[in-house]
Design a protein. Structure first.
Length: 424
């Protein structure tokens, strides 16, 4: 009876060991799936970076990069699909990922085609569905990673339960060894050695997986640093190119007079407002957002130098909270401030009359409020801002890109224009 009991105990222990080895393989498979998803996300970030690089520089090499990464992304999705073929939930997620990826590729192709065609309509220029698709893809891959981590947790709990059961069996076998003698002791020792070997193998596998994760993390850090350097260089080149365009406009303005010269001067100020954004991007450590207090301070100084003179002194004052905005938002806010301040300096006061223009950017906690005001004669009888109308159209287009609009306070003695930016 003791011998048969030991045989039964041995069979149970062998079964538990087999399950433990199977769990080890399943854990390794889960890490393979997570690694494939991480590779796909890196490639998706690269294709979006290449698209933005082309929109900023019009360099066809970025388009070639888009085409190259597109093939790699499709291969990455195929790998994920192959690794999760036994998981219906992940197969559904892969199908959704395919759909989102097709939408993103279509949006990238459309944005590149518009850029190649020289599209300059403001509302179309700032409607970027590729960004929304990229965010949706990231959310979908987050769900896929969560699914794998949940499976890993379930398998780990089962593995731990298996090990606990094995310990219980070994303990029971120890008591039986006392009853059946020295021969049973040899059997138990053999099972103990097997258990030790299994744990050592699992520990070695865990160390190997940790080393792979560390290597992957280092590769991602290197890739991110390289991409940030590339974006900084792109912003530097864009700023230099825009500075050259500004110089050309200045030369053309010097060769003309009257309304044409004034229009060219306005164009130059608008270009300088955009240049300031790119200067901030390549000169700071953050290539994705702009410090609005520093940016607006530099913009106000340039407007003070160009719009104020001894004959018509204009005092520009700025009060801004320390906030950061994304690049596209910063450009829109800068153009709006440029147009509102230019209008105030031109039309609020008489030619020989001194006057002040005040700019405020306040963070109210639930969103930003931009205000530009003067103490001049106020709006015209029709309630419209004076000028050619181009500045007003630019203000309206930039505000629409920020999902907002510029409102004028009729109770203010001069002109007070306000813009509210929704909270991020």
């Amino acid at each position: 009876m003791g011998f048969l009991t030991l045989v039964a105990v041995g069979a149970l222990a062998a079964s538990v060991l087999a399950k433990n080895f199977n769990f080890t393989g399943l854990v390794a498979h889960t890490y393979q799936v997570e690694s494939a998803i991480s590779d796909f996300r890196i490639l998706d970030e690269r294709i979006e970076t290449a698209r933005r690089g082309y929109l900023l520089s019009r360099d066809e090499r970025f388009v070639a990069g888009v085409q190259t990464v597109r093939g790699q992304i499709e291969a990455a999705v195929g790998r994920i699909q192959g690794l999760t073929v036994d998981n219906p939930v992940q197969q559904a997620n892969v199908a959704a990922l395919h759909k989102l990826l097709n939408q993103q590729i279509q949006a990238i192709d459309v944005s590149i085609a518009f850029a190649r065609g020289g599209a300059n309509d403001s509302s179309a220029f700032y409607e970027d569905t590729a960004v929304a698709s990229t965010r949706a893809i990231r959310a979908e891959t987050d769900r896929m990673l969560a699914e794998e981590r949940q499976k890993l947790a379930v398998r780990d709990r089962a593995r731990r339960a298996s090990i606990d059961r094995l310990v219980e069996i070994a303990t029971a076998a120890g008591f039986l060894l006392l009853a059946v003698g020295a021969g049973s002791v040899l059997v138990i020792l053999r099972y103990t050695r097997d258990l030790t070997a299994s744990r050592a193998e699992l520990s070695a596998l865990n160390r190997d997986l940790e080393a792979q994760v560390a290597t992957r993390t280092a590769d991602l850090s290197t890739t991110n640093a390289r991409l940030e350097t590339l974006l900084r260089e792109v912003n530097h080149r864009v700023a230099n190119s825009l500075q050259l365009v500004s110089a050309f406009v200045q030369m053309q303005a010097s060769a003309t007079d009257g309304d044409a010269r004034a229009a060219l001067k306005d164009t130059q100020r608008r270009i300088e407002a955009i240049i300031q954004v790119h200067r901030r991007l390549y000169s700071s450590g953050d290539v994705e957002s702009v410090d609005m207090r520093e940016y607006l301070a530099a913009l106000v100084r340039e407007l003070q130098d160009t719009l104020s003179s001894a004959a018509s002194p204009r005092g520009l004052s700025l009060v801004a909270d320390p906030v950061r905005l994304a690049t596209d938002q910063a450009v829109s806010v800068g153009v709006i401030v440029n147009e509102l301040v230019t209008n105030a300096c031109k039309y609020a006061y008489g030619r020989d009359e001194a006057g002040e223009v005040r700019i405020h950017l306040v963070d109210a906690g639930e969103g930003l409020t931009l205000t530009v005001e003067d103490d001049g004669g106020g709006l015209s009888s029709g309630g419209a801002v004076r000028g050619t109308g181009l500045g007003g159209r630019l203000i309206k287009a930039m505000a629409a890109s920020l999902n907002s609009e510029v409102l004028y306070d009729p109770a203010h003695s001069g002109v007070r224009a306000s813009l509210r930016l929704p909270a991020a």
